[in-house]
Write a protein that binds this ligand. Structure first.
Ligand code: IPE
Ligand code: IPE
Ligand code: MG
Length: 264
């Protein structure tokens, strides 16, 4: 996937070329031709951020939402074409009812409040995960935002809500098994590409870079299939503190990696 073409919306400045606008803010020490196309983020550490300040955990989530808004804008400014973030795992239902309720309401409010901005910024929104058991008002907000941004050509922004990598793979297997059972395909037709096509992320390239904040060195059931060859970057920075400077560091680190994909 190529960087999104940056269109000039102001007809008064038709003489500007896309190049002068697209990567205008990219830090000089980053190579614009070697940026990850797709960045995935496990946004962790909201609770610890709040605890350090003597705030309730929900304050961390609130500030985490601000950090996410900034990162999305940064992806657009720096020419990164896809951003996928882990907002709520299938395991996160195990938290207190107050925290779960707060998060569901926060997501709903964000999809509503940010919709205008997403449209203006040409963001194309997708939500992955099992939305069967999220509150119906959240589902409606997601549905509205997805529909309204569907034909946008800017950053592909994917939010994982009630997402579990294992569950996603099991569901894909069930769908494929059904097709075999109905005689539509043979079991020998099943290959990696077919399985990929049955995941929620079917129309996205695999992430090149996975960032996890707050120092935890684990994948926590995120994009198990899709991260097969992603570069991992873990920072001690807690998610609400993850700003442009922190993202810059992650990208610099990424650009120092030698991606071998099994070769020498
Ligand atoms: C990540 O921060 C947000 C969600 C999982 C919803 P946490 O809430 O996990 O923060 P810590 O890990 O407790 O600090
Ligand atoms: C992973 O963070 C899930 C999200 C960021 C949404 P957790 O805080 O839930 O992960 P664990 O419990 O530390 O593995
Ligand atoms: Mg956590």
């Amino acid at each position: 996937m190529n960087s999104p073409p940056l269109t000039i919306h102001n007809p008064l400045i038709p003489q500007m070329t896309p190049k002068t606008t697209s990567l205008i803010e990219l830090p000089a020490d980053l190579d614009g031709t070697r940026l990850p196309q797709h960045v995935a983020v496990i946004m962790d550490g909201n609770g610890r951020w709040a605890k350090q300040r003597g705030f309730p955990r929900i304050m961390g989530h609130r500030r985490g939402a601000d950090a996410l808004r900034d990162l999305l804008r940064c992806c657009k400014d720096w020419g990164i074409s896809a951003l996928t973030v882990y907002a709520f795992s299938t395991e996160n239902w195990g938290r207190s009812i107050e925290e779960v309720d707060f998060l569901m309401t926060l997501f709903e409010n964000l999809f509503q409040a940010e919709l205008k901005e997403m449209i203006a910024e040409e963001v194309k929104l997708a939500v992955v995960g099992n939305l069967d058991n999220v509150p119906s008002s959240l589902y409606s907000a997601i549905d509205r935002a997805r529909t309204a941004t569907q034909s946008n050509h800017g950053v592909r922004f994917t939010v994982a809500i009630n997402y579990g990598g294992r569950q996603e793979i099991v569901r894909a297997c069930q769908t494929i098994a059904n097709q075999v059972q109905q005689g539509l395909i043979k079991s020998t037709d099943i290959d990696e590409s077919m399985l990929s096509q049955h995941l929620h992320t079917a129309d996205l390239p695999d992430p090149d870079l996975l960032i996890r904040t707050s120092g935890e060195m684990r994948i926590s059931n995120f994009l198990l299939w899709q991260l097969a060859y992603a570069e991992f970057y873990v920072t001690d920075t807690l998610w609400p503190d993850f700003d442009r400077r922190a993202f810059h560091q992650a990208l610099l680190n990424y650009q120092q990696r030698h991606r071998r994909f099994g070769k020498v």
